[in-house]
Design a protein around this ligand. Structure first.
Ligand code: ZN
Length: 123
């Protein structure tokens, strides 16, 4: 096995995304092995590329919205009716938000009173 670099294809929401990666390559059979941190990095990069391609909010943009609203990940997740770890997975680039949730996050960012409405509804 030797260290190699190249673009690997990953399925994100059933769509092929090519992302740059470092990995171990067997020169004889062409087998590719990713170490755990490389696999994690590839997932994150592929999700970032997918978000850009589809005009979805980036992890940083989602974090900025939440910070501006003064909410932690678990609270925002609860207000939006999501599982407790969903926002954390989005911000860490381990999962990608749906188009509907992306629109909802923009709505909460852009429409004053949204958080108050969600709080009232969740109470
Ligand atoms: Zn081999």
């Amino acid at each position: 096995m030797r260290e190699a670099r190249g673009r690997l294809s990953l399925p994100i929401n059933g769509e092929k995304v090519l992302a740059p990666a470092t990995y171990l390559l067997c020169p004889r059979c062409g087998e590719i092995v990713l170490r755990a941190h490389e696999a994690r990095r590839l997932d994150e990069d592929a999700i970032a590329i997918y978000r850009k391609r589809h005009g979805l909010l980036s992890a940083d943009e989602m974090r900025a919205i939440r910070d501006r609203l003064g909410l932690n990940q678990a609270t925002l997740a609860r207000l939006l009716g999501l599982g407790a770890n969903t926002i954390s997975r989005w911000e860490a680039g381990r999962n990608v938000q749906s188009v509907a949730m992306d629109i909802l996050l923009r709505l909460v960012r852009d429409v004053p009173g949204s958080v108050a409405y969600l709080r009232k509804r969740a109470a």
